[in-house]
Design a protein around this ligand. Sequence first.
Ligand code: SF4
Length: 196
Amino acid sequence: MELSRRDFLKASGVGMGGLLIYRPFSTDTATPSSEFRPAPQLHKRIGETSTICAYCAGGCGVLVAADKDKLISIEGWADHPINRGGLCTKAQSLFQIRTVDGKDNPRRVTRVLYRAPGAANWEEKTWDWALDEIAKRIKKTRDASFVQKDSAGITVNRTEAIGHLGGSALDNEECYLLAKMNNALGIVYKDHQARI
Ligand code: SF4
């Protein structure tokens, strides 16, 4: 039988749909799917809606209950195919983005704060000051630590004195630019908030 590309995609879609439907109700105790529980009914009398966690590209499902502007609860969405109700600690802190009366949490840092080495207090600075200072320190550290060739004479063009830690709230485009910048600078120690 000749199978066109369109037929193949249609058949694959049905197969995948079947897989998604089948897994939650699998009786195979050897697979993680056996741990799946059917979604609880949305039962709160206040507004309850589903959404996606804002913190990383995992895309875990979240159920949010709110009474107008007031946030009442955030919990894992048990029927979501990615997280099946589980949330990591970052998502559990989603609640802290806003206070229960709908205002921004006053403990969120929204301006540049700087504490000089050895100082006890934080000073408020401008973004221009912070960016210039970061650029100056990167240049100084990179110049002092740059390695062109390793001990075997292989060209490596790297610095091992600077590390970069990415944040889960970064989007694809920001991550792309940061990866380019890190590679251009020769930074080899890179990690990500979601992994730690
Ligand atoms: S931060 Fe945690 S809960 Fe949120 S999408 Fe990533 S892994 Fe899922």
